[in-house]
Write a protein that binds this ligand. Structure first.
Ligand code: PHE
Length: 458
């Protein structure tokens, strides 16, 4: 049992875990569609600009704060000043809330994976059922939804209980390379289907008539925060386990690049196949479960195998993200215990926090994506409501606060001291200085306001 604070075994282990956290369901169901629907190549450029002006900056702030204090978000901000603790709390809360909806979706992924195996071995449950109908039978069954939600959480809890090095790092070191291989297999089949080129056209083409610059910035901004796991203390927590000799700014470049490459690859895996089968792309759960199921189902036996590989890949992507979410929430309590002179007791903390997430996630699992007739908070389905609280409000708000705090209050020197330890260079320091004070908080404020409002105009 791990009773002290953990540490990564190597920088590669850290990178795998951080990229694992970034690459998740957001890359599969969000990025390719958003790119296609918001100006194609133009969206990609806007996204990359936002990554440069905000993503890398916030990521470096989080990593230096985490590594300098050696603490999880709440205690890290407390070291700067008691009045800033709330930023850390928003992070812990975001992690908790995101995981509470993420795990229902992760549960559906397991269910599909299992069903594809069963169909490979001759169970004919897919025969003659359309993707929409099949998906409805899954999500509107409360027993199925809750069982798989719990199963997904139990696996996540199991990995986090193993600790930073033996649990999270070791899992990511297996899951991430496997994910890459599986993704390549699906891409090869997808882009070689007749008619697949329409999917690539959808993803990259720009139509001036439909393009709305502000909408594209909003979509790219929200996607960036969620996909890079920013503004919720994940990189504060993961950074706190990082050795002092590693180069923070270099890591803050590598993680977004890898995440964007995975997102584009996900696009190549998904969209060509969807278009080759003459289906309409969409985002969110309907793309992942309804449309893609239809795609695989129409490919005969090989489609079953491909479908199994795809859902296994989605499961790995989801788990490497969910462990980071649970770790953020747990690290807070482990650190607080250590601070009080007690043992960290990772196992107990993980069991309690994980169970709380299971309970908090039940409304999402029961809500059948809004079709259950249950009470809908703020008129949103439960999944959207939780997403609104985290991705729509707390994450962008924390991102604004973090850059303002570091730019105006603490000063870049704080980060510089940490970044330049052991002879490391602060690459792009003057660029950071301008972004952190002006550009990052401004852009993130725009994203915050427009994103929060967008939840109510869907
Ligand atoms: N980045 C993950 C994804 O794209 C989700 C996530 C958000 C994970 C925040 C951790 C923290 O699916």
């Amino acid at each position: 049992m791990e009773n002290k604070r953990g540490q990564w075994g190597s920088n590669l282990g850290f990178l795998m875990a951080a990229i694992g956290s970034a690459v998740g369901l957001g890359n599969l169901w969000g990025f390719p569609y958003k790119m296609g629907a918001n100006g194609g190549f133009a969206f990609l450029l806007i996204y990359l600009m936002l990554v440069a002006f905000c993503g890398i900056i916030i990521m470096s702030i989080e990593m230096s704060l985490g590594r300098k204090t050696g603490k999880s978000p709440v205690l890290a901000f407390a070291q700067i000043g008691k009045q800033y603790k709330f930023i850390g709390w928003m992070g812990v809360l975001s992690a908790f809330v995101i995981l509470s909806f993420y795990s229902t979706i992760g549960g559906y992924v397991i269910k599909y994976m299992v069903d594809f195996i069963l169909n490979i071995f001759g169970n004919n449950s897919f025969k003659g059922v359309g993707g929409a109908e099949y998906f409805a039978s899954v999500f509107s069954n409360p027993v199925t939804s809750i069982t798989y939600h719990i199963l997904f959480m139990v696996i996540t809890i199991g990995i986090v209980m193993g600790g930073v090095n033996k649990g999270i790092e070791n899992f990511n070191k297996i899951a991430m390379p496997s994910l890459l291989v599986m993704l390549l297999v699906v891409i090869v089949r997808s882009v070689t289907l007749p008619g697949s080129v329409d999917g690539i056209k959808f993803m990259f083409s720009f139509s001036g008539a439909e393009f709305n610059f502000f909408k594209a910035v909003r979509a790219a901004g929200g996607q960036m925060l969620f996909s890079l796991s920013l503004g919720m203390g994940c990189l504060i927590t993961y950074g706190s386990y990082l050795s002092k000799k590693e180069n923070i700014v270099k890591n803050a470049f590598i993680i977004p690049i890898a995440d964007t490459v995975f997102a584009l690859m996900a696009g190549f895996a998904i969209l060509p196949a969807v278009f080759a089968k003459g289906l309409d792309p969409a985002s969110g759960p309907s793309l992942l479960f309804q449309t893609l199921h239809e795609v695989f189902n129409s490919m005969g036996y090989i489609g079953l195998i491909l479908g199994f590989i795809f859902y296994m890949l989605a499961l790995f992507a989801a788990l490497t993200s969910s462990v980071s979410l649970l770790e953020v929430a747990c690290a807070h309590f482990i650190d607080t215990r250590l601070e009080m002179g007690k043992s960290g007791n990772r196992r107990m903390v993980t069991a309690i926090v994980g169970t709380a997430v299971i309970i908090f996630g039940i409304p999402v699992a029961l809500d059948a994506l809004g079709s259950s007739g249950m009470y809908q908070p703020l008129g949103l389905c439960w999944l959207d409501f939780y997403d609104f609280l985290s991705e729509g409000i707390m994450m962008p708000l924390a991102a604004v606060f973090m850059s303002l705090l570091m730019g105006w209050k603490i000063g870049l020197g704080y980060m510089e001291n940490e970044i330049t330890l052991e002879g490391n260079k602060f690459i792009g320091k003057s660029f950071f200085a301008i972004c952190i004070k002006y550009i990052t908080p401004l852009l993130m404020s725009f994203v915050l306001i427009s994103l929060a409002l967008s939840f109510f105009n869907r």
